[in-house]
Ligand binder design. Sequence first.
Ligand SMILES: NC(=O)c1ccc[n+]([C@@H]2O[C@H](COP(=O)([O-])OP(=O)(O)OC[C@H]3O[C@@H](n4cnc5c(N)ncnc54)[C@H](OP(=O)(O)O)[C@@H]3O)[C@@H](O)[C@H]2O)c1
Length: 395
Amino acid sequence: MKRIAILGSTGSIGVSTLSIVESFPTRYSVASLAAGRNVTAAEEQCLRWRPRMVSMSEEALADELRARLKQQGINDIEVVWGTAGTVAVATLPEVDFVVSAIVGVAGLEATYAAVLAGKTIGLANKECLVAAGEIITAAAKEKNVALLPIDSEHNAVHQCMRGGTAAEVKQIWLTASGGPFRNLPAADFESITVAQALKHPTWVMGRRITIDSATMMNKGFEVIEACRLFHLPAEKVRVTVHPQSTIHSLVEFVDGSILAQLSVTDMRLPILYALSYPERVESDLTFDMATLGQLDFSAPDLAKFPCLRLAYEAARAGGSHCIALNAADEVAVSAFLEGVLSFPGIARTIESVLARTPVQHPATIAAVLEADSAARNLAREVLLQAGVSVSSVRL
Ligand SMILES: NC(=O)c1ccc[n+]([C@@H]2O[C@H](COP(=O)([O-])OP(=O)(O)OC[C@H]3O[C@@H](n4cnc5c(N)ncnc54)[C@H](OP(=O)(O)O)[C@@H]3O)[C@@H](O)[C@H]2O)c1
């Protein structure tokens, strides 16, 4: 029985993870949960899963959850909060496996603490590896901890890598759906609305990652994540636009063979793969090959999607540029979602922040968080200088 901590249990990945635990009750159990602000969902999850510990992002929310659980007659679930709370959830002694699925850098310290505590990690949160990939992968190597990717593309690469050695890999190909604006003329990008950007053609996900998919920044983050996870330089991590999202990624080996992973577009499959690795478990997540029609591939348009170009540049610079890329994107996406920044304004904001960020290589998580905070302040200044009202924007 694997005992699981889920960081981000109330989100899209968290809920999919719980659905896998529900389907395999003899293999997996829930030890602890960390949520953000959704007290109602956290309460429901506590009632259903009876974890030993649950964390909320703020003290007042933890107090509310504790009171609600007491009303239900439940006193044996420890309710904690904030960064210390997520760290406690992730490092609980009985936890074998941590699913890291908090959105943004909010999940960074707990994920790092879990690595240091020797827990196996199922990594969905890509921002951790974008901002602190060098530090986390070095700690994982030192502690002999497996970082098992849940992000579908890296999960596909992980599966294909089993077909050869690391030295035999020529390059990898991450597939991208191209998002909802793949065929929209560049001239129409200024008038893209929040509702249009939130409609992803193939995946149902959280709000930030959905906007990141529309700008293709999500693919850019995945390039950096792949560089860190598979120890590859940016030029060996290629992107191909594949609108059907049927092939989740490919690995090209030195002899010319290319291995691809195909499956349903359902995050429960990469979650199950990571949870059960190195085994494979029988599931009903089948893909009907008989219905497979056309598979299209094309090169990404870096002029229409400058976020992807910026991510490649940051991947090459590393350190503070990757941190600033993520931080500025988080602020700019929040401004877009609040309706105060245009869709192309997201890339313009990030580019301005990067241009004003010196290249440095923070060596500790504290230094990463400092650089993250500096980049957020810079993004705020850039927005203010562009005449954007930032009062409602999450910084
Ligand atoms: N969804 C996908 O298909 C997918 C695929 C690949 C990778 N990912 C990555 O997985 C991560 C999660 O994505 P998602 O789509 O599941 O996002 P989501 O639906 O927005 O969920 C985010 C989760 O993080 C929690 N959270 C936010 N701020 C927090 C804080 N300060 N402290 C503790 N918890 C906090 C949220 O809690 P509340 O809801 O309670 O506020 C929620 O549980 C992201 O890094 C994303 O890039 C997602």
